[in-house]
Write a protein that binds this ligand. Structure first.
Ligand code: GLY
Length: 355
């Protein structure tokens, strides 16, 4: 697969990625290199990764605990202290080898350490390959509130090696699939049809589907890197999805949802709202609900949960001037941002989801 050339941060795939990484390491004259991993990528991905890296520069490893629980400023402090103790200077490099938590947190740590050092993302989860690692969004959560602290700053490159997907549990593959489905819904009906008509997603098919997804995301990000306009499209399903994710994360009575599992629910809810407000065709709404439920199953959301989930919407990052701004669909492939939605309609959408 050809590399995707971007203004600042090229995206390379599979074995060619390591050629570019090794050439960059030979050129850049780094003083030290740190690889940030979690315990899963330490065990399952780091040996393969290190076997492909060629450099004479010393490489240290920093491990964080796997999962959303690590996406905190306290964990950042621990990593900043470790970088300092290891003697990293402004000519050092951070390599983020992991899923979205590692790439978001590692990118943020690198962008803020000594006012910013180089970093490179090597995503190992499907979600990080098609979304988190591309476009320079870095940061951490604030308590249960998702991604409230962070900066947009791209790394030197992204290396997507789909061999890492073989190490992923099935529910994490599904979680990444939610972002790919979103890319189809906001930009490309044919891509949406291909994804939803593919019954057996094997890893060979996946390479091309992942590539197409990254192209969709990258084209949007290149046009609007700071999310002043069309990058907001990438938040389809995320306004309610993030609120649901935060609510489940903070509730003792609920099992934690993976990011993509929450976004899948958010996409059904926001498609319902799209049908009511923007005329998304009923057939398409039904197809979206059926396809997503076929892949993800239905999660129990009780009427008593609605109010608290809606309350969390006030923390959404797209809000402005007290308005909660949704991304909705006029049709599959035709999104619209900054749409205002009444709470009654949100409650109706929950009922539609659960019906
Ligand atoms: N994950 C959405 C974005 O990068 O804009």
């Amino acid at each position: 697969m050809n590399s995707i050339q971007t203004q600042d941060c090229p995206i390379h795939f599979n074995s060619v990625g390591y050629d570019h990484l090794n050439a960059h390491l030979a050129d850049a004259n780094y003083s030290k290199i740190v690889v940030i991993v979690d315990e899963n990528t330490h065990e399952h991905c780091l040996p393969l990764f290190l076997s492909k890296v060629q450099t004479t520069v010393e490489i240290d490893i920093i491990e964080i605990e796997a999962g959303e629980i690590s996406k905190t400023i306290d964990v950042c402090t621990g990593v900043w202290e470790a970088l300092s103790d290891l003697g990293l200077d402004r000519k050092s490099l951070v390599l983020n080898l992991g899923g979205g938590v590692v790439t978001d947190l590692g990118g943020f740590v690198a962008c803020t350490f000594k006012r910013g050092i180089d970093y490179i993302n090597i995503p190992t989860s499907l979600l990080a390959m098609v979304d988190a690692s591309v476009g320079g969004k870095t940061g951490v959560d604030l308590g249960p509130l998702k991604n409230q602290i962070g900066v947009i700053a791209v790394g030197k490159m992204v290396i997507i090696d789909t061999e890492f997907l073989a190490t992923l549990p099935q529910n994490h593959v599904r979680s990444g699939l939610a972002e790919m489905l979103k890319h189809g819904l906001i930009q490309d009906r044919d891509y949406w049809n291909t994804l939803t008509n593919t019954t057996e997603l094997n890893f060979e098919d996946f390479d091309q589907l992942i590539y197409d997804s990254v192209i969709i995301k990258n084209n949007i990000v290149e046009s609007d890197p700071n999310e002043d306009g069309i990058r907001k499209f990438l938040n389809f399903g995320h306004t309610l999805g993030h609120a649901i994710e935060s609510y489940f994360l903070d509730s003792d009575a609920k099992a934690e949802l993976l990011h993509g599992e929450a976004i899948a629910i958010g996409m059904i809810l926001e498609s319902y709202i799209s049908a009511k407000l923007l005329g998304l065709a009923t057939d398409d709404l039904e197809a979206i609900k059926t396809s997503i439920l076929n892949i993800f199953g239905q999660v129990e959301i009780l009427e008593e949960d609605y109010e608290e989930i809606i309350e969390l919407l006030k923390y959404d990052k797209k809000n402005s001037h007290g308005n909660i701004n949704f991304v909705l669909l006029e049709a599959i492939g035709q999104p619209k941002f900054d749409c205002l939605v009444e709470n009654d309609l949100i409650i109706e959408s929950f009922k539609y989801y659960s019906a």
